[in-house]
Design a protein around this ligand. Structure first.
Ligand code: SF4
Length: 369
């Protein structure tokens, strides 16, 4: 048995939401929290877009969003969807026809705000296309694009205005007897986003798509997302997430999983526990961890590995991980397997040996699944 079992004091009670389907992926209810990203290629570059979706899928993405700004992109979507293994969300703004085309092209979900696509007839046409093609909808409220009447009412973007916008869009779908929807309420300000999501979570049982929009580059955006989304996820809010970064979509997926892994909400691959290192280290911890992170990228089995520089914290951490190595000085250290001390290992054989042990342990965990 993996040692990654949930301890009672780290159990997060998730908000009870309705479950919908995005293609073959359940979102909400008791489904695992899914990780999404979005392509940044031109959608009309079919080959490039498929390659980017594939790379994101290999990194673990459950759902990928693709922008559909024009008719040529809708046509491209028709070629992209059959070539990829994850459900595709079509990102639509303002043009109701793109919504209809995307649904017919095989999109599993439309990201569209029904209040922003024109009169009632158009809204009904898009909803009909979604229904006819088994397509769900994500209402995507964004603090930066709130409706004018809400800005007039509230004077500036604020959580109450965002929630009101979201509920207005929900009402349009419900009035049309369409219930396969999820909702997001994004802002680049973590306080605004967190408050909006908290209020939204109280006001609806729709599955919630979490995101801190335009969060920034890889490092600053990840920190901002981890604080904003981490706070909400910890409170049980969020059924699917996207870390929005000015970076490769693969990085968004990796960071999404890291956030979920930190909270024990989803496990994928090796969770490496390593010390920052100091003068006591028995080997070069930083370089070893960098190498192991790369060498172990292919492992998808949820498991843990501790790489600790010395006996101050090494044995204690190793007791709680699937595989552990603790530096001991004099060119060698101790290997721990399934929380028990196992055998001595010379530092110069360490990386190869640890990779072997992790692969073996992953196979054992997979065998009893
Ligand atoms: S575990 Fe040992 S090597 Fe690592 S930081 Fe602590 S004292 Fe230093």
């Amino acid at each position: 048995m993996s040692l990654n079992h949930i301890r009672p004091w780290r159990n997060i009670e998730r908000r009870k939401s309705r479950q919908i389907m995005v293609g073959n992926v359940p979102v909400g209810g008791d489904a695992p929290i899914t990780v999404q990203t979005m392509t940044n290629t031109l959608t009309t570059d079919v080959k490039g877009t498929i390659a980017q979706i594939q790379a994101a899928t290999d990194a673990g993405a459950d759902i990928v969003r693709v922008s559909v700004p024009d008719e040529a992109s809708s046509r491209a979507l028709r070629e992209i969807v059959p070539e990829v293994s994850v459900p595709i969300v079509a990102d639509i703004h303002f043009h109701y026809k793109r919504g209809i085309e995307a649904a017919e092209a095989g999109a599993a979900c439309l990201r569209i705000n029904p209040g922003n696509i024109g009169d009632e007839t158009r809204v009904k046409e898009v909803i009909k296309a979604a229904r006819d093609n088994n397509c769900s909808i994500r209402i995507g409220v964004n603090a930066g694009s709130l409706e004018k009447h809400l800005l007039d009412k509230y004077a500036e973007p604020c959580p109450a205005a965002m929630v009101e916008s979201g509920l207005d869009h929900i009402k349009i779908l419900q009035d049309n007897d369409f219930h396969e929807f999820k909702i997001s309420c994004k802002a680049s300000d973590v306080f605004m986003a967190a408050a909006a999501y908290q209020q939204l979570a109280e006001a609806t049982d729709a599955p919630i798509h979490l995101g801190i929009t335009e969060a920034g580059g890889l490092m600053s955006g990840t920190v901002k997302s981890a604080i904003g989304m981490g706070n909400l996820l910890w409170a049980g809010i969020g059924d699917t997430i996207r870390v929005s970064l000015s970076a490769d979509p693969v990085e968004e997926v990796k960071m999404g999983f890291e956030i979920l892994k930190s909270l024990g909400l989803r496990h994928r691959g090796v969770n490496i526990i390593s010390c920052p290192s100091c003068a006591r280290q028995g080997f070069d911890v930083i370089r070893t961890v960098e190498t192991l992170e790369k060498r172990l990228e292919h492992i998808k089995t949820p498991m843990s590995l501790s790489i600790i520089g010395c006996v101050v914290n090494g044995p204690g951490e190793a007791l709680m991980t699937d595989v552990g190595f603790t530096g001991g000085g004099a060119g060698s250290g101790m290997v721990y397997l399934a929380g028990a001390q196992s055998h001595k290992l010379s530092n110069d054989q360490m990386v190869e040996h640890i990779v072997e042990q992790v692969e073996r342990r992953a196979a054992e965990i997979d065998a009893v699944k």
